[in-house]
Design a protein around this ligand. Structure first.
Ligand SMILES: Cc1cc2nc3c(=O)[nH]c(=O)nc-3n(C[C@H](O)[C@H](O)[C@H](O)COP(=O)(O)O)c2cc1C
Length: 338
């Protein structure tokens, strides 16, 4: 995820229980693009010991092939193509989710990247742009080009992040393609993952936003899959997570105000499971200094017996991470805002 699954966040998740695989935020690929060093560092300095796939977004065949070849010099588990980003600035350039309107060009892109990737070549896609009319054709292309792994976010681009996820379409992918499929979209907890795996028959799940809210989710999923009682964090664990995030994302010389703003993006998700009245969220959004922010965290997560309270497994209903900012999580020109 853009501006989230950075090296510092990978470090924190690694400490708390990493996923089986990571996917980098995407490298933008165009005629004169270069591999961006800070994204590359999540591959070269990957602290997790888990495989990491390098994700690309683009539509220029020559540039995609060149980039895929360049990546072979690094310890990547494979190259992943983004066919899902719903940000208008992105899809208007006919990349990410925008490419789903043009299966013929997807065919060329997949053919080019398949040829350029001697190792694994994987695809992350939504189920269509504004309808699912090309979905079957796109799944056929996944088979035609021998894609090694397909992750499906069960919404169209135009649906952004609204409404339910169409898990029946993920099931259709599982029944159609020859490679393993990861189900993506609103995998919020162990019970939700179990339900989605049962409905879709997918080989696994891909977790996005819930990893920000609940970085223990990968550990929980692994423990549950092994038939063990899985870890249930308390609010004290959440307080510790916030400390880790703060430390990991500190940049020398960066003004505290900027750092607070960055951390608040994460806390917007974290707050969804702290209390049903959004008291923590409302308070932390007002914090101006690190001292204020940490005092608010202490008050809501540690004081008066809060420390031992369970962190809710699901987000509280009606507690939203990004009020007045529906959809559009990616503003790649400015970096990405959550
Ligand atoms: C802030 C943010 C950044 C994202 N960046 C990417 C990205 O770079 N590549 C990608 O494939 N998906 C990206 N996504 C989409 C997620 O990977 C995922 O498909 C989507 O959020 C639905 O899954 P979830 O309900 O588990 O979050 C991003 C999502 C968010 C919220």
């Amino acid at each position: 995820m853009q501006d989230v699954t950075t090296l510092p966040f990978m470090r924190v998740v690694t400490e708390l229980g990493p996923p089986d695989y990571f996917f980098t935020e995407y490298f933008r690929v165009y005629a004169h693009s270069r591999l961006i060093p800070y994204i590359l560092s999540s591959i070269t300095e990957n602290p997790s010991g888990r495989p990491v796939f390098a994700q690309l977004i683009g539509e220029d065949l020559e540039a995609l092939a060149r980039t895929a070849r360049e990546l072979q010099a690094y310890a990547v588990a494979g190259v992943d193509l983004n066919l899902g980003c719903p940000a208008p600035k992105v899809y208007k350039k006919n990349v990410g989710g925008g490419l789903l309107r043009d299966p013929e060009h997807v065919n060329r892109v997949l053919g080019t990247l398949r040829e350029a990737c001697p190792g694994r070549f994987t695809v992350k896609m939504r189920i269509g742009f504004d309808s699912t009319e090309h979905y079957e054709t796109l799944l056929g292309l996944v088979n035609k080009h021998g894609i090694d792994l397909l992750s499906v976010h069960g919404r169209t681009v135009k649906e952004m992040y609204r409404g339910g996820v169409h898990y029946d379409f993920i099931r259709q992918a599982v029944q159609t393609v020859r490679c393993p499929v990861l189900a993506n979209g609103n995998i919020t907890s162990v019970p939700k993952a179990r339900a989605v795996l049962a409905v879709t028959g997918a080989a696994g799940v891909m977790v996005g936003r819930s990893a920000i809210r609940n970085p223990w989710i990968f550990r929980q999923l692994r423990e549950a899959a092994a038939g063990e009682k899985y870890f249930r964090p308390t609010l004290a664990d959440v307080r510790d997570y916030i400390d880790r995030l703060w430390q990991a994302t500190l940049r020398p010389g960066s003004p505290p105000k900027r750092h607070i703003a960055y951390l608040k993006k994460f806390l917007n998700f974290v707050g969804q499971s702290v209390d049903p009245e959004s008291s923590f969220l409302k308070a932390m959004r007002r914090a101006q200094t690190p001292d204020e922010l940490f005092a608010i965290c202490d008050e809501h997560l540690l004081a008066d017996g809060a420390a031992e309270r369970a962190y809710a497994e699901e987000p509280y209903s009606g507690v939203i991470a990004r009020p007045n900012h529906e959809g559009d999580p990616c503003e790649p020109e400015q970096g990405c805002s959550l």
